[in-house]
Design a protein around this ligand. Structure first.
Ligand code: SF4
Length: 418
């Protein structure tokens, strides 16, 4: 269930239907101000809405005074064990403080921090971690780790409410993807507060991205989660941000920059598509619009499958074709495909987002396509045509055709048609 409550972290709204916010954490020593600011700027450029900084020492809390005014995005102070650092971070202007009420020195110290947060209007992130659950939940953790996490989170929420504080979001972190999914599903049913999602210590860029995509993707697809952080073992925090955006873009929860679609290639490939896709991906980073660009390794299936793409290319041995919305634009030599694709994209923007067509070039491309596509391939257009012909053979009219799977031209394919 989506969260009902909303908080404001330095101008970024979290929860209550606001767009899912992307956050990350700097990997620098916070007191190293130039290095920290440099990393903050890089993650902001990559699309981070918010950034968290570790504040384990006085120097780090002090550095916030210099960093916060220069940061392009709101700063969350990450505090463990020392409640005076949380108080200093609030005094020094942190937009939010993350702490685990279970490791900050007892209820009195939690109350002191909350009083300070209330006085400054500073929201908090109440974090529960599978590695540091309260002692009284250890047995439950053994028998039911999901219930243990949720119980700890609910106990902390009740503590906040007893302190008359509701300006917070909650996170439950686990290294287990199934436990992350199950616990957040359960918690979202029990509390109205915004949820921060993440799979903790997810791993390297490859495994961590996949674990996060599976865990967070399952929750986000159900409308659970208001802000996300991808935890990757890399010093390049902007990589976490890029992965977070890919997850949100894949679920169509937010848009940012172009969407690249590329076929997986197969034995029909006749040009160097690996390097072409990488080059296109890199050059697309210069564009902010969410245009869709498709790369097909060959024209065996025609270009109908890329009908939704704003622009696309398909290639063969010596020549390729640029198309837009499933219609041929021009034929070009393979080694010019990428440059010509971007020339067409730039022309589109120069014309006020209008595709500029040259009829003669489009006709030449269409002729090339008909020579190169496979006349027996089951494209969506051919399937529709075959169904239409079968319908007419069965008497036509408005009657809905009931496909006979055995007699169907698509019999034997992996999917079935309703
Ligand atoms: S578009 Fe062509 S090269 Fe790419 S996977 Fe399909 S058949 Fe293979």
């Amino acid at each position: 269930m989506a969260s009902e409550r909303q908080i404001d972290v330095g101008g970024v709204l979290i929860g209550g239907g606001a767009p899912v916010a992307v956050q990350t954490m700097t990997k620098t020593e916070t007191a190293n101000i130039p290095a920290t600011l440099d990393q903050i700027r890089r993650v902001a450029e990559a699309g981070a809405d918010i950034v968290r900084l570790a504040v384990p020492r006085d120097d780090d809390a002090e550095a916030l005074k210099t960093i916060i005014p220069q940061s392009p995005i709101p700063i969350i102070a990450d505090i463990h064990f020392n409640h005076t650092l949380a108080i200093k971070a609030i005094e020094n202007g942190a937009a939010c403080v993350r702490l685990n009420p279970g490791n900050i020195g007892g209820p009195d110290k939690v109350a002191e921090v909350i009083a300070k947060a209330n006085a400054h209007g500073t929201p908090m992130r109440i974090g529960v971690n599978s590695g540091s659950l309260p002692k009284h939940l250890r047995d439950l953790e053994y028998s039911n780790p999901v219930e243990a996490l949720v119980t700890a989170a609910v106990e902390f929420v009740e503590l906040m409410e007893r302190l008359d504080f509701t300006n917070f979001k909650v996170s439950m972190k686990s290294t287990s993807v199934p436990n992350t999914i199950a616990s957040n599903r359960l918690l979202s049913e029990r509390i109205p507060y915004p949820l921060h999602l993440g799979v903790t210590e997810a791993g390297t860029k490859y495994t961590g991205s996949l674990k996060s995509a599976v865990g967070l993707g399952a929750l986000l697809a159900d409308g659970i989660g208001d802000t996300i952080r991808i935890s990757l073992s890399t010093f390049h925090a902007e990589e976490e941000v890029k992965v977070a955006w890919e997850i949100l873009k894949a679920l169509k929860l937010r848009e940012r920059g172009p969407v690249l679609i590329a076929c997986p290639t197969c034995g029909r490939l006749q040009f160097d598509m690996d390097s072409v896709v990488i080059e296109i991906e890199q050059r697309l980073e210069a564009y902010e619009d969410p245009i869709e660009v498709s790369v097909l390794g060959c024209a065996v299936n025609g270009i109908g499958e890329a009908r939704h793409a704003d622009f696309g290319i398909t290639g063969a041995k010596d020549a390729g074709m640029i198309f837009s919305k499933g219609e041929p634009l021009k034929k070009v030599p393979t080694d010019r495909l990428v440059d010509e694709l971007f020339a067409e994209i730039d022309r589109y923007y120069a014309a006020g987002k209008t595709v500029v067509r040259d009829d003669a070039a489009a006709a030449e491309a269409a002729a090339w396509l008909s020579e190169n596509e496979d006349a027996t391939a089951m494209t969506p257009e051919r399937l529709a045509q075959l169904e239409l012909e079968a319908n007419e053979a069965a008497g036509g009219g408005d009657a809905v055709l009931q496909i006979d799977e055995q007699a169907s031209p698509v019999a034997g394919r992996r999917f079935t048609r309703a």
